[in-house]
Ligand binder design. Structure first.
Ligand code: AMP
Length: 179
């Protein structure tokens, strides 16, 4: 029993989505529970030092839900790392490999002032491809990225080690390992 087993019990597992062999850890069932959603945000906030970063970057789409709530509570500006073609201003982009395919994220090229410290937030860490793309995109614009925060870590997929190797400390509220 860990501190967050109450929240972990609300994450639904959908086998073979979006393709055979993938155990999809569905946080939508956690988000549907209002007090649990609030606890999720409060406990994520408790894991970070608000004086240690200037902005919070969230990855579209589920990452926006968590990062926006944290930004609101901490009064930190929010950087949107978006799917392709969504941003109206001049943008920079990066392609990356997913556990089940490839994707691209983009951000406005004027979102960051060089040297700003950015906390990266997403719902789930799997291979780390998405989070690393975010780190590289942000660092490419002059950001300092030293922490990444998730609801769920899938440690068997190695994303945490990938982030650590890149100088980013990953933290998650819960893990699903061994299946
Ligand atoms: P990755 O780039 O492999 O770390 O994958 C992380 C992103 O893909 C996150 O934004 C997740 O929302 C999504 N994702 C990847 N694998 C899963 C999974 N097994 N269950 C739920 N979401 C996943």
């Amino acid at each position: 029993m860990t501190d967050n087993d109450d929240l972990r019990a609300l994450v639904r597992t959908i086998p073979d989505y979006p393709k055979p062999g993938i155990q999809f850890r569905d946080v939508s069932t956690l988000l549907l529970d209002g007090p649990a959603f609030r606890q999720t945000i409060d406990r994520m906030i408790a894991l970070v030092d608000p004086d240690g970063f200037d902005l919070i970057a969230g990855i579209e789409a589920r990452g926006f839900i968590v990062s926006a709530a944290m930004s609101y509570a901490l009064e930190k500006g929010k950087v949107m790392l978006r799917k392709p073609g969504k941003l109206p201003g001049q943008s920079v982009s990066i392609d990356y490999a997913l556990e089940y395919g490839t994707d691209r994220i983009e951000m406005h090229d004027d979102a960051i002032r060089p040297g700003q410290r950015v906390l990266l937030v997403d719902d789930l860490l799997a291979t780390g491809g998405t989070a690393m793309a975010g780190v590289e995109l942000l660092r490419g614009q002059g950001a300092e990225v030293e922490r990444a925060l998730f609801i769920v870590d899938l440690p068997d997929l190695g994303g945490g080690k990938t982030l650590e190797a890149a100088g980013v400390e990953p933290t998650a509220l819960m893990a699903f390992a061994g299946d």
